[in-house]
Design a protein. Structure first.
Length: 354
């Protein structure tokens, strides 16, 4: 419940943060996000009761919402060229992967040899430095958007935006289901020790870092719809291969393929959301990246919430098979994003000229 509270609070905060960026710009919400993260990390360092730690984890959801929505919106605004935007977002998502990659071994090492508070104090210091850099470089202030922002309702009812957001959700649901269930399955079937259970996700993190940096620029050339379609198919294949493993070495390739394919989808669909807003609405990005972040969080909220029940009812193998089949079924829908109609084409009366 404590782990899930971040994703749940982030889901609730996103619809408010997105429209807020239209009114005051991206820099202040982004700075606020890091201030909140700093406070929550300090609470983690000194908190000793479940209620205090739960509050700190929930606060992280608000901080992450501000940082993610404002950060992606700022990148989309600063890089109007579609190719450059893809490169920038690939690097940003690579930063996310790097944090996931470094976090567990760093936290475990500091906890083991220095103390429980140590990793959080180091992270709070890094958050403080980041906040100071934002103050110096971004010089946060209120910046009102010149163009009229599309309403959240208009974006949510846009089938092409929903299609792109759905791809992000389906791509991340599989790994979100694996995080709580794979270590238990490894313990039951392989007798895997604690360190083996932890290290099994390293190939996914490393390959996600590679995938986001490769397909940030490559998705522009080959078509982001095609990169996402192939990514969902690879995710499905890798999920079906995981239950076939009989030792930890057999998990390296499917986990690496899973991380790489999720990187393909995320680094393709995040810039695609900005592109869809450009051609179908107006170039104001807060709300569309709130939707994108909701899609990302939804995968990480649904996955852990359902995995325990599904493993108990249909088993680990069938759970992954079902998620794989959903990815296979969803993948062909991405063809609709090959050439989405523009705002001008939407406004043309289909009966005109008959």
């Amino acid at each position: 419940m404590m782990f899930a509270s971040k994703a749940f609070v982030q889901l609730l905060a996103n619809p408010f943060v997105g429209p807020l960026t239209h009114k005051i710009g991206y820099s202040i919400p982004m700075l606020a996000g890091f201030v909140i993260m700093f406070i929550s990390t300090i609470i983690f360092a000194f908190g000793r009761t479940y209620a205090v730690l739960f509050t700190a984890r929930a606060l992280q959801g608000i901080g992450s919402s501000c940082s993610s929505v404002a950060g992606m919106g700022m990148l989309a605004e600063r890089y109007p060229d579609d190719k450059e935007r893809g490169n920038a977002m690939g690097i940003a998502l690579g930063g996310l992967a790097l944090g996931v990659l470094i976090g567990p071994p760093f936290g475990g090492f500091m906890y083991e040899f220095v103390g429980k508070s140590a990793p959080f104090l180091v992270l709070s210091a890094l958050a403080l430095i980041d906040g100071l850099l934002q103050m110096l470089l971004l010089q946060p202030g209120i910046v009102k958007q010149e163009s009229e922002s599309p309403s959240l309702k208009a974006l949510i009812t846009d089938p092409y935006i929903l299609l792109a957001a759905g791809a992000i959700t389906f791509a991340n649901t599989g790994i979100a289901m694996l995080e709580p269930s794979l270590p238990i399955w490894m313990m039951d079937t392989m007798g895997a020790s604690r360190w083996k259970q932890g290290v099994t996700f390293l190939p996914a993190s490393i390959s996600y870092l590679i995938g986001t940096n490769v397909f940030g620029p490559l998705g522009h050339y080959m078509g982001r719809w095609l990169a996402t379609l192939l990514g969902l198919i690879i995710i499905g294949i890798c999920l079906m291969c995981i239950p076939l493993a009989s030792n930890i070495n057999h998990l390296i390739i499917p986990n690496a393929g899973l991380g790489f394919a999720i990187g393909m989808v995320d680094s393709s669909m995040m810039p695609q959301l900005g592109y869809l807003v450009d051609i179908r609405h107006s170039a104001v990005y807060g709300s569309v990246y709130a939707i994108g972040d909701v899609a990302f969080c939804l995968g990480y909220a649904i996955g852990p919430a359902l995995s325990g029940t599904l493993v108990n009812t249909i088993g680990f193998e069938w759970m992954l098979t079902c998620i794989a089949l959903l990815n296979f079924i969803y993948a062909p829908l991405l063809i609709m994003l090959r050439n989405p109609p523009t705002k001008e084409e939407k406004e043309v009366d289909p009966n005109q000229g008959l």
